[in-house]
Write a protein that binds this ligand. Structure first.
Ligand code: HEC
Length: 188
Protein backbone atom coordinates (compact mmCIF):
# COMPACT_ATOMS: atom_id res chain seq x y z
CA UNK A 1 0.00 0.00 0.00
CA UNK A 2 1.76 3.17 -1.12
CA UNK A 3 1.90 6.14 1.17
CA UNK A 4 -0.90 8.43 0.11
CA UNK A 5 -0.34 12.08 0.88
CA UNK A 6 -3.08 14.31 2.17
CA UNK A 7 -4.40 15.17 -1.29
CA UNK A 8 -5.28 11.59 -2.08
CA UNK A 9 -7.00 11.19 1.23
CA UNK A 10 -9.64 13.66 0.16
CA UNK A 11 -12.17 10.96 -0.57
CA UNK A 12 -11.94 9.14 2.73
CA UNK A 13 -11.47 12.34 4.70
CA UNK A 14 -14.35 14.18 3.11
CA UNK A 15 -16.11 14.59 6.43
CA UNK A 16 -13.08 16.03 8.14
CA UNK A 17 -12.16 18.30 5.29
CA UNK A 18 -15.31 20.26 5.87
CA UNK A 19 -13.84 21.29 9.19
CA UNK A 20 -10.83 22.80 7.46
CA UNK A 21 -12.94 25.59 6.10
CA UNK A 22 -11.65 28.30 3.85
CA UNK A 23 -8.04 27.46 3.21
CA UNK A 24 -6.85 24.78 0.87
CA UNK A 25 -4.71 22.53 3.00
CA UNK A 26 -5.41 19.66 0.67
CA UNK A 27 -3.70 21.53 -2.13
CA UNK A 28 -0.45 21.29 -0.28
CA UNK A 29 0.13 17.65 -0.83
CA UNK A 30 3.42 16.17 -1.84
CA UNK A 31 2.26 16.14 -5.42
CA UNK A 32 2.57 19.88 -5.75
CA UNK A 33 1.75 19.78 -9.44
CA UNK A 34 -1.88 19.39 -8.44
CA UNK A 35 -3.88 22.56 -8.59
CA UNK A 36 -6.68 23.34 -6.17
CA UNK A 37 -9.12 22.91 -9.04
CA UNK A 38 -7.94 19.33 -9.47
CA UNK A 39 -8.33 18.31 -5.86
CA UNK A 40 -12.01 17.60 -5.19
CA UNK A 41 -12.59 14.16 -3.77
CA UNK A 42 -12.41 11.53 -6.46
CA UNK A 43 -13.99 8.42 -4.94
CA UNK A 44 -13.02 6.23 -7.88
CA UNK A 45 -9.34 7.11 -7.44
CA UNK A 46 -9.09 6.41 -3.72
CA UNK A 47 -10.60 3.04 -2.85
CA UNK A 48 -11.94 2.83 0.67
CA UNK A 49 -9.90 -0.22 1.82
CA UNK A 50 -6.83 2.01 1.99
CA UNK A 51 -8.24 3.61 5.11
CA UNK A 52 -7.82 0.42 7.06
CA UNK A 53 -4.36 -0.55 5.79
CA UNK A 54 -1.93 -1.10 8.63
CA UNK A 55 0.75 1.55 8.99
CA UNK A 56 3.47 -1.01 8.39
CA UNK A 57 2.35 -1.52 4.82
CA UNK A 58 2.70 2.12 3.85
CA UNK A 59 5.53 3.18 1.65
CA UNK A 60 7.98 5.32 3.63
CA UNK A 61 6.94 8.96 3.53
CA UNK A 62 10.54 10.14 3.97
CA UNK A 63 13.90 9.80 2.27
CA UNK A 64 17.16 9.63 4.14
CA UNK A 65 20.42 9.35 2.23
CA UNK A 66 23.22 7.01 3.24
CA UNK A 67 25.17 9.96 4.67
CA UNK A 68 22.23 10.90 6.89
CA UNK A 69 20.92 13.79 4.80
CA UNK A 70 17.17 13.97 5.35
CA UNK A 71 14.70 15.24 2.78
CA UNK A 72 13.03 18.62 3.22
CA UNK A 73 9.83 17.02 4.53
CA UNK A 74 11.61 15.45 7.49
CA UNK A 75 13.56 18.59 8.27
CA UNK A 76 10.52 20.83 8.00
CA UNK A 77 8.45 18.31 9.93
CA UNK A 78 11.03 18.45 12.71
CA UNK A 79 10.71 22.22 12.84
CA UNK A 80 6.92 22.21 12.75
CA UNK A 81 6.56 19.40 15.26
CA UNK A 82 8.95 21.06 17.67
CA UNK A 83 7.16 24.38 17.20
CA UNK A 84 3.62 23.15 17.86
CA UNK A 85 3.09 19.56 18.93
CA UNK A 86 6.04 19.22 21.31
CA UNK A 87 4.32 21.42 23.90
CA UNK A 88 2.12 18.45 24.75
CA UNK A 89 3.79 15.48 23.04
CA UNK A 90 7.29 16.22 24.27
CA UNK A 91 10.44 17.06 22.29
CA UNK A 92 11.29 14.73 19.39
CA UNK A 93 7.98 12.87 19.67
CA UNK A 94 9.04 11.15 22.88
CA UNK A 95 5.86 11.90 24.82
CA UNK A 96 5.18 13.65 28.12
CA UNK A 97 3.03 13.13 31.17
CA UNK A 98 0.31 15.00 29.29
CA UNK A 99 0.23 13.40 25.85
CA UNK A 100 1.40 10.12 24.29
CA UNK A 101 4.72 9.51 22.54
CA UNK A 102 3.87 9.86 18.88
CA UNK A 103 6.92 7.84 17.90
CA UNK A 104 5.10 4.94 19.57
CA UNK A 105 1.67 5.87 18.24
CA UNK A 106 2.94 5.78 14.65
CA UNK A 107 4.02 2.18 14.99
CA UNK A 108 0.34 1.30 14.77
CA UNK A 109 -1.60 4.34 13.52
CA UNK A 110 -2.12 4.64 9.78
CA UNK A 111 -1.68 8.00 8.08
CA UNK A 112 -5.45 8.32 7.87
CA UNK A 113 -5.88 7.71 11.58
CA UNK A 114 -3.09 10.18 12.34
CA UNK A 115 -4.68 12.79 10.10
CA UNK A 116 -8.14 12.21 11.53
CA UNK A 117 -6.87 12.80 15.07
CA UNK A 118 -5.03 15.99 14.14
CA UNK A 119 -7.97 17.39 12.17
CA UNK A 120 -10.73 16.43 14.59
CA UNK A 121 -8.97 16.09 17.93
CA UNK A 122 -9.41 13.31 20.44
CA UNK A 123 -10.52 13.21 24.02
CA UNK A 124 -10.34 10.38 26.48
CA UNK A 125 -12.17 11.14 29.68
CA UNK A 126 -12.43 8.63 32.50
CA UNK A 127 -11.69 8.61 36.19
CA UNK A 128 -7.95 8.20 35.63
CA UNK A 129 -7.61 10.46 32.66
CA UNK A 130 -8.80 13.81 31.37
CA UNK A 131 -6.61 14.54 28.39
CA UNK A 132 -7.54 16.34 25.26
CA UNK A 133 -5.97 16.47 21.83
CA UNK A 134 -7.18 19.74 20.34
CA UNK A 135 -8.79 19.82 16.90
CA UNK A 136 -6.18 21.48 14.68
CA UNK A 137 -7.91 21.11 11.33
CA UNK A 138 -8.48 24.84 10.96
CA UNK A 139 -4.87 25.83 11.65
CA UNK A 140 -2.89 26.35 8.43
CA UNK A 141 0.37 26.23 10.38
CA UNK A 142 -0.50 22.64 11.14
CA UNK A 143 -2.47 21.52 8.11
CA UNK A 144 -0.21 23.00 5.44
CA UNK A 145 2.65 20.99 6.95
CA UNK A 146 0.86 17.87 8.10
CA UNK A 147 2.52 15.62 5.52
CA UNK A 148 5.91 16.86 6.74
CA UNK A 149 5.03 16.40 10.41
CA UNK A 150 3.92 12.88 9.59
CA UNK A 151 7.09 12.17 7.60
CA UNK A 152 9.26 13.38 10.48
CA UNK A 153 7.38 11.41 13.12
CA UNK A 154 7.33 8.29 10.96
CA UNK A 155 11.09 8.56 10.45
CA UNK A 156 11.53 8.98 14.21
CA UNK A 157 9.17 6.08 14.87
CA UNK A 158 11.12 3.84 12.49
CA UNK A 159 14.39 4.83 14.15
CA UNK A 160 15.58 6.36 10.87
CA UNK A 161 16.35 9.74 12.45
CA UNK A 162 17.52 10.43 15.98
CA UNK A 163 16.58 13.09 18.49
CA UNK A 164 17.29 16.75 17.86
CA UNK A 165 17.66 18.80 14.72
CA UNK A 166 18.78 16.79 11.67
CA UNK A 167 22.29 18.01 10.84
CA UNK A 168 22.04 17.64 7.07
CA UNK A 169 18.95 18.24 5.00
CA UNK A 170 17.91 18.85 1.41
CA UNK A 171 16.91 22.33 0.34
CA UNK A 172 13.29 23.30 -0.14
CA UNK A 173 12.34 22.77 -3.80
CA UNK A 174 10.69 25.44 -5.94
CA UNK A 175 7.62 23.22 -6.33
CA UNK A 176 7.38 22.85 -2.58
CA UNK A 177 7.69 26.60 -2.06
CA UNK A 178 4.93 27.28 -4.58
CA UNK A 179 2.59 24.75 -2.96
CA UNK A 180 3.43 26.14 0.47
CA UNK A 181 2.58 29.67 -0.61
CA UNK A 182 -0.68 28.49 -2.15
CA UNK A 183 -1.65 26.66 1.03
CA UNK A 184 -0.67 29.45 3.39
CA UNK A 185 -2.23 32.08 1.18
CA UNK A 186 0.99 34.05 0.88
CA UNK A 187 2.09 35.58 -2.43
CA UNK A 188 4.70 33.51 -4.23
C1 HEC B 1 -2.67 20.95 23.89
C2 HEC B 1 -1.90 19.73 23.89
C3 HEC B 1 -1.67 19.05 22.53
C4 HEC B 1 -1.12 19.58 21.38
C5 HEC B 1 -0.63 21.00 21.12
C6 HEC B 1 -1.07 18.49 20.43
N1 HEC B 1 -1.58 17.35 20.98
FE1 HEC B 1 -1.82 15.56 20.04
N2 HEC B 1 -2.69 14.77 21.72
C7 HEC B 1 -2.80 15.44 22.93
C8 HEC B 1 -3.39 14.53 23.90
C9 HEC B 1 -3.68 14.84 25.36
C10 HEC B 1 -3.61 13.30 23.22
C11 HEC B 1 -4.24 12.03 23.80
C12 HEC B 1 -5.73 12.14 23.58
C13 HEC B 1 -6.47 10.88 24.00
O1 HEC B 1 -5.88 9.81 24.05
O2 HEC B 1 -7.67 11.00 24.21
C14 HEC B 1 -3.15 13.50 21.86
C15 HEC B 1 -3.22 12.53 20.88
C16 HEC B 1 -2.67 12.66 19.61
C17 HEC B 1 -2.66 11.62 18.61
C18 HEC B 1 -3.24 10.23 18.79
C19 HEC B 1 -2.19 9.36 19.45
C20 HEC B 1 -2.65 7.95 19.63
O3 HEC B 1 -1.81 7.13 20.05
O4 HEC B 1 -3.82 7.63 19.37
C21 HEC B 1 -2.02 12.12 17.53
C22 HEC B 1 -1.76 11.41 16.22
C23 HEC B 1 -1.63 13.48 17.84
N3 HEC B 1 -2.05 13.78 19.11
C24 HEC B 1 -0.93 14.30 16.98
C25 HEC B 1 -0.58 15.62 17.28
C26 HEC B 1 0.17 16.46 16.37
C27 HEC B 1 0.72 16.04 15.02
C28 HEC B 1 0.26 17.68 16.97
C29 HEC B 1 0.89 18.95 16.41
C30 HEC B 1 0.44 19.36 15.10
C31 HEC B 1 -0.42 17.58 18.25
N4 HEC B 1 -0.90 16.31 18.40
C32 HEC B 1 -0.55 18.62 19.15
C33 HEC B 1 -2.47 16.74 23.19
C34 HEC B 1 -1.95 17.65 22.26
Amino acid sequence: MPFRPFLLCAAVMAGSLIAIGGFTAAAFAQDSSATPAAQPAAPAAAPAPAATAPAAEEEKPYKIAADGTVDWAVYNGFRRYNGICYVCHGPDGEGSSFAPALIDSLKTLSFDQFLDTVVNGKETVNTANDKKMPSLGADPNVMCYINDIYAYLKARSDGAVGRGRPAKFEKKSADYAAAENACMGTPG
